[in-house]
Design a protein around this ligand. Structure first.
Ligand code: GAL
Length: 375
């Protein structure tokens, strides 16, 4: 699934989008009922979403720690904001997620927040949500090929890839001496709309170095399709790396670096390289998972990306509160994320690169990851 990207265009000036008024199914604009003005009312006390209203949050699968944390934060944050959260994982796959969204609509969810397993397979359900007057927010992962998405709230995924590509080059120079270097490429799951911008961002940095001979992908597997990892499953990445190690690195050929799109796949790749008896390569990651942060501090994994899930969830809940007060979803980019039928207005947060050098500083106020003991 390739998302039509405009590349890393500069973010548009901070803007907001005016969303259609409240649902026709709900009898149009909700009159400001004095009894309900205690809810998330705008300055004028206008209410579009009543206190205690259901807010659906359809999450994908627990393929990394960030999703587990998101579930907890959405439940806590939406309850605290006075809503009734319906937060569910589509553990068994796309069909389950489709059914969950349909059920949320039946439960009169006023906003559907969706972290899609496969963003191209939710059009029917989200179009129904819009018919009922609900708003639809794509969370972390873009929803594709449908008009039925009002906004996208995520860390800038193309930027994530650029940071990973830059970190790989920096790590090679720091740890592997002079080039040229042998590398391999791993991409995320092709049904995750993020996987393409991650890969394209990284390749925008690495391709020129492949072209000039600084980097060689010894296996020859340089396309997104060849590098993709079904379902973000660690075992799939490890099995693919096992085949590459035996096929391309059996003799004295060294593997100097690996582009990995997230931490779970990075650790799987490191296991494969270790089992092949080769030195630890410079390897990137994403999500600041506990085990990988430890590996980075210990000097093994080279880098990860910090995308503070607390920020992403807070921005999403703040958007729900804006809608509740008949306001608008804040956006800061109206150019980059074309979902195949529309450019989806987005609020993009800034991802941070983390290496051994800055880990303690980056995680200083993160209760789970910090404060890190030095060294
Ligand atoms: C992506 C997310 C990444 C990583 C991946 C695997 O959508 O943006 O941070 O978590 O899923 O779970």
């Amino acid at each position: 699934m390739r998302v039509n990207m405009r590349g890393a265009a500069a973010l548009a000036a901070f803007g907001v989008i005016a969303l259609a008024g409240c649902s026709s199914d709900r009898g149009g604009e909700t009159e400001a009922d004095p009894a309900s003005t205690s809810t998330a009312g705008a300055a004028g006390g206008e209410i579009c979403i009543e206190e205690g209203a259901a807010i659906g949050v359809a999450l994908p699968q627990k393929t990394s720690e960030n999703w587990v944390l998101a579930e907890q934060l959405f439940n806590e944050g939406l309850t605290e904001a006075g809503f009734e959260p319906i937060v569910q994982f589509g553990n068994s796959g796309v069909t389950e997620q489709q059914n969950q969204i349909a059920a949320m609509i039946e439960q009169d969810a006023q906003v559907i927040v969706v972290g899609a397993i496969d963003g191209s397979q939710l059009g029917t359900q989200l179009e129904r949500a819009k018919e009922t007057g609900a708003s639809v927010i794509a969370y972390d992962r873009l929803v594709l090929n449908t008009e039925a998405v009002d906004a996208y709230i995520a860390f800038d995924n193309f930027r994530v890839g650029v940071l990973q590509g830059e970190a790989l080059l920096q790590g090679l120079a720091e740890r592997k001496g002079e080039g040229p270097y042998n590398i391999e490429l791993i991409a995320g799951s092709s049904d995750d709309a993020n996987s393409t911008p991650f890969f394209e961002g990284a390749m925008s940095v690495l391709q020129p170095k492949i072209d000039d001979g600084t980097l060689t992908v010894v296996s020859g597997q340089t396309s997104f399709e060849q590098a993709a990892t079904a379902g973000w499953q660690a075992q799939n990445a490890q099995t693919r790396m096992d085949t590459i190690m035996s096929g391309s690195y059996s003799g004295d050929t060294e593997l100097h670096g690996i582009l990995s799109p997230n931490d779970t796949l990075a650790r799987a790749a490191l296991t494969s390289v270790d089992q092949a008896g080769k030195d630890t390569p410079v390897i990137t990651g994403q999500d600041s998972e506990v085990e990988s942060v430890k590996s980075i501090v210990d000097g093994e994994q080279y880098s990860t990306i910090y995308k503070d899930t607390r920020e992403l969830v807070a921005q999403t809940i703040a958007s729900v509160e804006e809608l509740a007060a008949c306001g608008e979803i804040p956006v800061n980019d109206t150019e980059q994320y074309d979902n195949g039928v529309k450019v989806v207005p987005a609020f993009l947060l800034d991802p941070k690169i983390v290496t051994q050098e800055n880990a303690a500083e980056v995680y200083a106020d993160d209760a789970t990851l910090g404060p890190l003991t030095e060294g």
